[in-house]
Design a protein around this ligand. Sequence first.
Ligand code: DCC
Length: 184
Amino acid sequence: MTRSALTTPPPDATRPRPLPGAPAPGAPLGPHYSRCFGCGDGHPNGLHLTALTPDGISVVAEFTVEETHQGAPGLAHGGVLAAAMDEVIGMSVWLFQRPYVTGRLETDYLAPVPVGTVLHMRAWCNGMSGRKAYLEAEGRIGSPDGPVAVRAAALFIEVAMEHFAKHGDIQTIADEHHEYEVNP
Ligand SMILES: CCCCCCCCCCCC(=O)SCCNC(=O)CCNC(=O)[C@H](O)C(C)(C)COP(=O)(O)OP(=O)(O)OC[C@H]1O[C@@H](n2cnc3c(N)ncnc32)[C@H](O)[C@@H]1OP(=O)(O)O
């Protein structure tokens, strides 16, 4: 991965560990929001990623490239692939049970991804330092051992739940997230 200093963990970053209450290995991860473009099962033309965690600290996910995801005829749009990377990384940092948002996302495109492809994705955390989490992901064509088509490196920043209350739709957060108390 061609990664900048901004997405490279500093020497004092800590390695993540599975938290008590993390989903059991192999258990499916539900959407964080039903209308999320990346993972929402209620989104009419989103990516509909399906995911699980093998170990409580990383995520594997599948994304089937549909006609609605095209850029060039018959090929996935690069922005859609970046969205898929953002989403699987967001799913992995969600395992740490604190809210994070994408601060920076870097993407390498290594091979075109045809419509109909099942992209096998994996995301993991390289280190955490204060509010910053340094993460990485890859997407492989056709199988978990297939050729790598996309790689991404990201800096996610921890935010308070008030971030979503201030900038988003607090009622929907309250309706779908009973695990958090939101005090706008
Ligand atoms: C209900 C549940 C739903 C759950 C929701 C889960 C959603 C998952 C969805 C997938 C993920 C997304 O797409 S999230 C959507 C896309 N992302 C966003 O909308 C974020 C928009 N940006 C922001 O809101 C803001 O810029 C923040 C929160 C990222 C940072 O603002 P802030 O809180 O004021 O903090 P700030 O002081 O600026 O930054 C903190 C530290 O991070 C560094 N930093 C900040 N941004 C960057 C950057 N782009 N590149 C490098 N470094 C950065 C700063 O230098 C600083 O370092 P130092 O000085 O401390 O060293």
